[in-house]
Design a protein around this ligand. Structure first.
Ligand code: MG
Ligand code: ZN
Length: 225
């Protein structure tokens, strides 16, 4: 099979600019972390494809957590998810990224400045639906969760190694439809662990709540909530 790959040092985009961008993002992410720590707030970055179930998982979390939660929703142009979460009685902030396919630390910092940080214990950040580049843009959250749906593809995990390398927790969601689309949640779990043996992996159905209690209990103990 012929595979085309860039040569070492081959410039596709402006790689130097890209590196500076990531360095600057990391610097702001550290600032966000400091702001959150000073206010005693925990933050979680929820990443995953469009339709994987990020918003649904956040809804289920909000229902099960008895601390003051705010949600930051990243999306290109709509407020659909933030509107959904508002009905759960939590404060929500929408970030519309326009053409950007991921949240970055600078946008999150802007969102933080629009929240009353003295009245919040936990911030759940729903990243833009994307299994690729959010991995490269830490936001200052202390925990990263990836939601991947069994309905996406049997290879949704194995084709996207980077996002799982840095994940603390992974939800293999929509396990109920796995058979219909020929994917195997247990195999997807093995794929996650092959990239990142220390990730905690949960098989979930965010409609029925299957597997969600286990995930939320683990989240609570990881964050000391
Ligand atoms: Mg969503
Ligand atoms: Zn992106």
């Amino acid at each position: 099979m012929k595979v085309i790959e860039p040569e070492e040092g081959e410039v596709i985009f402006d790689i130097e600019l890209d590196e500076n961008l990531q360095k600057e993002n990391l610097r702001i992410a550290e600032e966000n972390k400091k702001i959150l720590r000073e206010k005693g707030i925990k933050a979680v970055d929820v990443m995953g494809s469009v339709g994987a179930g990020k918003t649904s998982l956040i809804e289920r979390m909000v229902e099960r957590l008895d601390v003051k939660v705010a949600v930051i929703n990243g999306d290109l142009t709509t407020t659909i998810d933030a509107d959904r979460l508002k009905t759960k009685g939590v404060e929500t902030v929408q970030i519309n990224t326009g053409k950007e396919c991921h949240l970055d630390a600078n946008l999150v910092r802007k969102a933080l400045s629009s929240l009353d940080l003295d009245s919040i214990d936990l911030i759940l950040i729903e990243n833009v639906g994307n299994l690729i580049c959010p991995a490269e843009f830490p936001l200052g959250a202390e925990l990263r969760i990836v939601v991947v749906s069994a309905a996406e593809s049997p290879w949704a995990v194995s084709k996207h190694p980077y996002i799982f390398l840095d994940a603390d927790m992974v939800a293999i969601n929509k396990v109920d439809v796995a058979k219909l689309v020929g994917s195997d949640p247990t195999k997807m779990k093995e794929d996650v662990l092959s990239f990142n043996p220390s990730a905690e992996v949960f098989l979930t159905n965010c409609v029925t709540g299957e597997g969600v209690d286990e995930l939320v209990n683990s989240l609570k103990s990881k964050l000391g909530l």
